[in-house]
Ligand binder design. Structure first.
Ligand SMILES: C[S@@+](CC[C@H](N)C(=O)[O-])C[C@H]1O[C@@H](n2cnc3c(N)ncnc32)[C@H](O)[C@@H]1O
Ligand code: SF4
Length: 296
């Protein structure tokens, strides 16, 4: 068994549970979204890991006989690394761990601004095939309130670039993010963004405040009213109703959700809508995750 020298905590998408986590950066280069506390501890101050340290870790893994098929590049936005650095990392992965079939990373839209489609295609050919993009919303007002530093246009440009490079995107949207006041526009504009981008994967999480709401409230001038369970379900209905997707795998099964939804859109839209309607209108008809079992 080999232990990599992680700066904890390390986060990864649920679907990367079996992947080897290679920490090529620490923290998040933006780190200002008011809902996100993931990299706020002092040891998570943003930094790049020197190439030689990454090479040493890969060599140690190879010598220990570790042969992963998938690698996830941590932390919060490893795609902030330059094209040149990413290429070096992917080449080193190929050299030391030739059995790796897929490399994935979180990706902020702005991380791709200075990368061309040709560069992303080259990285894709070297294994970097999947990007987890935290769009969170397609509504410019809500995105501004939570200080995401992105908007509908910048998010769409990045998702289109990923597609043009032949890579895949997995988008995260946050249920409840606009509160009561902006719920409708958040749902409709998030769906519009997805319809324009046609991502391969889409997941929804419920916005949660494990360390309290104060930072989040500040962006809404203290007027943020969280959605209750019924409000979250109504917002989900509107999102699903507005989505027009050709072939997107949809997952709303993260531990933050009360209601687990899984399917392929639009194919399974009627079934998913029926499930949300049942959860709303017939209490007890659909099993819900109890409050104590919810988490981030
Ligand atoms: C570790 S972050 C990295 C994502 C990447 N930096 C980005 O913004 O695209 C992964 C995702 O966790 C989710 N997340 C973070 N804080 C959250 C919160 N308080 N409630 C619900 N989801 C949260 C967001 O969807 C975020 O995009
Ligand atoms: S959501 Fe992503 S960009 Fe925003 S602070 Fe968290 S890790 Fe950074």
């Amino acid at each position: 068994m080999i232990r990599l020298p992680y700066v904890e905590p390390v986060f990864r998408p649920p679907s990367e549970a079996k992947s080897l986590i290679l920490q090529v950066t620490n923290g998040c280069s933006w780190n200002r979204c008011t809902f996100c506390e993931m990299y706020t501890q002092p040891q998570k101050r943003f930094g790049l890991k020197p190439q030689q340290e990454i090479e040493n870790e890969l060599l140690a893994l190879a010598q220990a006989g570790v042969a992963p098929r998938r690698i996830f590049l941590a932390d919060g936005d490893a795609m902030t690394l330059s094209y040149r650095r990413l290429k070096l990392i992917l080449e080193a992965i190929r050299r030391h761990l030739p059995g790796v079939q897929r490399v994935a990373s979180y990706c902020l839209p702005r991380n791709l601004k200075n990368k061309t489609v040709a560069e992303l295609s080259e990285l894709r050919a070297l294994g970097l095939q999947l990007f987890y993009v935290g769009c969170e919303s397609g509504d410019d007002l809500v995105l501004e309130r939570v200080n995401k530093g992105e908007d509908f246009a910048s998010s769409l440009a990045a998702l289109r670039k990923i597609k043009a490079a032949g890579a895949k995107s997995s988008v995260m949207i946050l249920n409840g993010m606009g509160g009561r006041r902006h719920s409708e526009q958040h749902a409709v504009n998030s769906a519009r963004l997805m319809n324009a981008a046609q991502p391969e994967y889409l997941s929804t999480l419920v916005v949660s405040f494990p360390l309290g709401e104060a930072r989040y409230q500040a962006g809404f001038q203290g007027k943020f009213e969280p959605l209750d369970q019924a409000g979250l379900f109504r917002e989900m209905l509107l999102l699903l109703e507005t989505l027009e997707l050709e072939n997107t795998i949809f997952r709303s099964d993260h531990a933050s959700n009360y209601l687990v939804l899984k399917g392929t859109l639009n194919r399974d839209k009627p079934r998913l809508l029926q499930t949300v309607h049942a959860a709303l209108e017939q209490p007890g008809a659909v099993p819900l995750r109890p409050e104590w079992a919810r988490g981030l």
